[in-house]
Design a protein around this ligand. Structure first.
Ligand SMILES: Nc1ncnc2c1ncn2[C@@H]1O[C@H](COP(=O)(O)OP(=O)(O)OP(=O)(O)O)[C@@H](O)[C@H]1O
Ligand SMILES: [Mg+2]
Length: 320
């Protein structure tokens, strides 16, 4: 795998009322060519700040960013040549021009020939299902359409790395799904590398190959989507009983039972260290004359995994 983007200890400080705030705090990760890399975290985690540092819109205090081995600090323009970005508010669009005029304009200022502009524009209009809208003024389009146009513009110049800050923000279910398909298509068919920030767990699950989760500027997790899922998927079991737990069973199972389960529930969620623990649990249930209606292993949604990681990180901070 070829590394295309690398952050080493990126630190971004903002001046606030209470002195300097570390909005991005020693963040390191690498992104490989052709992958979709997710940048996740709660509000204020530092995602937009990180993206702005990578595309050269923000200066940073510590650390380094390498784009195709070019240090942004040492040779800013050489690295940035490979990047295009769509940030919040779609500032890369001219609202009073049509879709085609926008695409033409941005391709032109980036020095593409007329012929290659025409080919690429046709490809993108088709891929984004914007062919019918091509002669409409951008301002007259819906929000979702505008978002598609913004991303199409970021692709017209054929840069290797596309940075997208919350590409599905505010899109309806259908448009969000269409956007996820487009993102995968761009990465697969065009070999583009996409770094995106998002709060949308569907985007994460369906598009990201690897991801980094940040909280309060710090990295909380950095792994493949697959591994992060495995991390929490393993040993959560759902047990449905024919009646409520007896006091003895409740006290013996106490440390397995997930705390957020209602005491009255006949359905329990147990988290185990090893599947072998099921033997003891089942024989206890039998001794207590509790009937077993169902037993399954649960697949946690990525949203639950995400919340767990954030909670764990917050817990760590308190214990320091
Ligand atoms: N220009 C600024 N001046 C001072 N503080 C800022 C500035 N921009 C961002 N911040 C602060 O830096 C932190 C990180 O902000 P950032 O916008 O990068 O977070 P984010 O992860 O993109 O959040 P969201 O999910 O809400 O978009 C926040 O605490 C924010 O208040
Ligand atoms: Mg943001």
């Amino acid at each position: 795998m070829t590394e295309i983007l690398r952050l080493e200890g990126l630190t971004k400080l903002y001046k606030g009322k209470e002195g300097l705030k570390r909005a991005v705090d020693n963040v390191s990760f690498t992104v490989n060519k052709g992958e979709i890399f997710g940048l996740l975290g709660p509000n204020g985690a530092g995602k937009t700040s990180t993206i702005k540092c990578i595309c050269g819109l923000l200066k940073f205090e510590e650390g380094e960013i390498f784009i195709k081995d070019n240090s942004i600090k040492e040779n800013r323009s050489k690295g940035l040549r490979h990047i295009s970005a769509v940030l919040e508010g779609n500032r890369n669009i001219y609202w009073r021009m049509t879709v085609s005029e926008n695409l033409n304009f941005f391709a032109g200022i980036n020095g593409l020939s007329k012929r290659s502009i025409a080919n690429r524009m046709a490809y993108l209009l088709e891929a984004f299902q914007l062919t019918e809208e091509r002669n409409k003024i951008v301002n007259h389009l819906s929000r979702g359409m505008k978002q598609k146009v913004a991303i199409a513009i970021s692709l017209i110049t054929d840069k290797d790395i596309i940075l997208l800050d919350e590409p599905t923000l505010g899109l309806d279910v259908g448009m969000s799904q269409e956007m996820r398909i487009i993102l995968r298509k761009i990465a697969k068919e065009e070999g583009k590398t996409i770094l995106l920030s998002t709060h949308d767990m569907k985007v994460v699950e369906e598009t990201c190959d690897r991801l980094v989760i940040i909280n309060k500027g710090k990295v909380v997790a950095y792994d493949t989507m697959e591994n992060l899922k495995k991390l929490f998927n393993q040993l959560i079991y759902r047990i449905v009983l024919d009646k409520n737990l007896t006091p003895k069973a409740r006290s013996e199972l106490k440390h397995y039972i997930n705390s957020d389960i209602n005491e009255e529930e006949v359905e329990l969620r147990l988290s185990l260290q090893s599947p072998n623990e099921l033997f003891g649990i089942l024989s206890l249930l039998q001794q207590e004359a509790l009937g077993l209606l169902a037993l399954d292993r649960l697949n946690m949604s990525f949203e639950e995994i995400f919340m767990n990681l954030i909670r764990e990180a917050e817990g760590d901070e308190i214990s320091i």
